[in-house]
Design a protein around this ligand. Sequence first.
Ligand SMILES: Cc1cc2nc3c(=O)[nH]c(=O)nc-3n(C[C@H](O)[C@H](O)[C@H](O)COP(=O)(O)OP(=O)(O)OC[C@H]3O[C@@H](n4cnc5c(N)ncnc54)[C@H](O)[C@@H]3O)c2cc1C
Length: 387
Amino acid sequence: MWYLNDERTLMRDATRDFVDQEVRPKALEIDRADRFPMELFKRAGELGLLGITVPEQYGGLGSDYTTLAIVMEEIAKASPVLCVAMGAHSQLAGGMLRMLGTEEQKQRYLVPAATGEIILACGSTESAGGADHEEHSTRAVLDGDEWVINGGKVLISNIGVADVYIVLAITADHVDPVTKTGFSAFIVPADTPGLEIGSAEHKLGWHGSATGSISFRDMRLPKDAILGPQDGCMQAMFVSATDEFLTCGPVGLGIAEGAYEMAFTYSMQRVQHGQPMYDRFQVTRHKLAHMWMDIEELRGLVYSVHAERDAGDLQLAQGRMLKIRGSEISERVARDAIQLYGGLGTIVETGVERYWRDAKVLAIGGASVEAMQEEITQLLKAPAGAH
Ligand SMILES: Cc1cc2nc3c(=O)[nH]c(=O)nc-3n(C[C@H](O)[C@H](O)[C@H](O)COP(=O)(O)OP(=O)(O)OC[C@H]3O[C@@H](n4cnc5c(N)ncnc54)[C@H](O)[C@@H]3O)c2cc1C
């Protein structure tokens, strides 16, 4: 592959070993038990996979986004949910710490996060307004030397297992609807009095990603718990969200490959009228050919966009494009894989329907593809170079 070099090949092979020996054997059990894959998350930390793009001075590998994509693709072939937990930790919350943290905050939170010693979550979404932050109601008010926060967040990944939450709250009297100035980010340790952590929701897919609500009742934080400039965290949130959207490309690619490999193997093994399905039915072969073409198209897109990210040439719209294409293609390929399995495709124990459930949630979790399309239209309208 054109995007592989010696270093990336080493990383891909090490991740494949981790996936084959430790992740794949547990993936179905994690889905069925709907449990956070704690032992795999911690192992990923030991292997450096939680700090791939974190600079070495903060305990990371200091590697590039293409390497991150390669790792995400390999893991998603077996366990998309592990990628989701890693993305919320490393890209969303970790990205905010990287961009906005003071040196002391980075040493205290980013360094242990890069190795998985602590787990991070990022709380932005609220029950009113969804991704449209203007209607949010969580507020932080300065009272002497402390911030007092009231409100709540919904659908937050890694709840209950996170040691630290990065939380967005309104700190200004007025939120600018265009620039979103008026929001600040805060570092909230999980044991902060006034922080209430709900239980994980039972979802269609991404079982085990521990998604749920947190609320704040007169939650007091020291003044220096603010992350970045007062009223001005949204630019960084936009960038860290873009990095998370980017990972939906390789995660979608891994999901599609996992489903395709199962369907291809099954079509060779399942005998119909004395012949393997693959040889017997042209429609089976053609369906598999379309699935393969979808996968290779997505691969080309994922790695060319990541090459631009690494070269510093990424357009923000491209991050959103990967979120959309990663979800669409993985959903289509996973749906066809179920179809090729016939009745067995509907049986949970077979393991193939899980890919479709995880692909479906990929189209909503973190941001809906419709909101992504809308953002692309806004970015394309912006002055040249801004998107
Ligand atoms: C499994 C999972 C994990 C998540 N993890 C996190 C997390 O870690 N942190 C966090 O802060 N949030 C998280 N979220 C929340 C996620 O970002 C939101 O669910 C998502 O942005 C959609 O917002 P909403 O659920 O409020 O739906 P709504 O905003 O109510 O949207 C409903 C539908 O309306 C349409 N729509 C909405 N907005 C637009 C728009 N601008 N343009 C066009 N159509 C639109 C879309 O069809 C959308 O599906 C997670 C969600 C899920 C499902």
